[in-house]
Design a protein around this ligand. Structure first.
Ligand code: IPE
Ligand code: IPE
Ligand code: MG
Length: 244
């Protein structure tokens, strides 16, 4: 575990390998300022940029961010299309600044309902950033934990039906390899800003033993200091994984 000195304090702390964040509170941030919800999504995208760079600077290995859920399609069509437009613009910027940022990208979620250009940008970003060795960002887009588990179950069932596998041979490790997150270690710390204390279909399988951290800060206001506070809280936890 890398040790780092906090931006906001003095005591060095150890950084977990994998932090996951539910980037929530954009709409309320905007409403508080009398702005349209989409203004919150714009500032939220900036918050992501800052946190991804900070994560890299403190030696985090994996940062998984929840950007759009399988349930978020229920929102007014206008909000959904604005979010998609912002994502498209944002991915283009990430592609442009790729060499400067040196961040490796993966996408968790079914991208097939997204626009062809968005899918193309995501594929390009994943392919071209594969070479970087710093932090890996797993960007959850049209992601749902239940959907992910269901797809894995279907995939294994199909192998069984084809006579290529047997139900009783399936292990937890193999099942993990059928998820979007295949090859990525489980998150150590899951952070949810915005005051909500629920998981909203995020990393249901992977967060079995994650430490949770909730804060009232809204995502657009979430900065390096907030991440420090979450890591500080994590450092005080005692993880027992069912043992003593
Ligand atoms: C998170 O912020 C962004 C998405 C879910 C796309 P919200 O838009 O959920 O913001 P609140 O929760 O309404 O404040
Ligand atoms: C979770 O936030 C999804 C993302 C942040 C992408 P929501 O705002 O959709 O969650 P609920 O509806 O408050 O549970
Ligand atoms: Mg929300």
């Amino acid at each position: 575990m890398p040790i780092f000195t906090k931006k906001s304090g003095t005591a060095p702390m150890s950084v977990p390998a994998h932090i996951a964040i539910i980037m929530d509170g954009n709409g309320r941030w905007a409403k508080k300022r009398g702005l349209p919800r989409t203004a919150g999504h714009k500032v939220g995208a900036e918050a992501f940029r800052t946190i991804a760079n900070y994560a890299k600077s403190i030696g985090l290995q994996y940062l998984t961010v929840y950007a759009f859920s399988t349930e978020n399609w229920k929102r007014p069509q206008e909000e959904v299309s604005t979010i998609m437009g912002l994502l498209e613009k944002y991915l283009l910027e990430l592609l442009r600044d790729m060499d400067k940022n040196q961040v490796r990208f993966r996408f968790f979620g079914d991208l097939s309902p997204l626009s062809p250009s968005l899918r193309q940008e995501a594929a390009e970003l994943m392919e071209r950033s594969r070479q970087y060795e710093g932090v890996q960002v797993n960007f959850c887009l049209n992601y749902g934990g239940r959907d992910e588990i269901l797809r894995a179950a279907r995939a294994y069932a199909a192998c069984c039906a084809a006579g290529e596998a047997k139900p009783e041979d399936l292990t937890e490790a193999e099942f993990s390899n059928l998820l979007w997150s295949a090859g990525v270690p489980d998150p150590d710390l899951v952070i949810r800003p915005s005051g909500e204390q629920r998981i909203s279909n995020f990393l249901l399988w992977q967060s079995a033993y994650a430490e949770y951290y909730f804060t009232d800060t809204l995502w657009p206001d979430f900065g390096p200091r907030d991440l420090d506070l979450a890591i500080e809280a994590y450092n005080k936890r005692s993880r027992r994984f069912g043992g003593v």
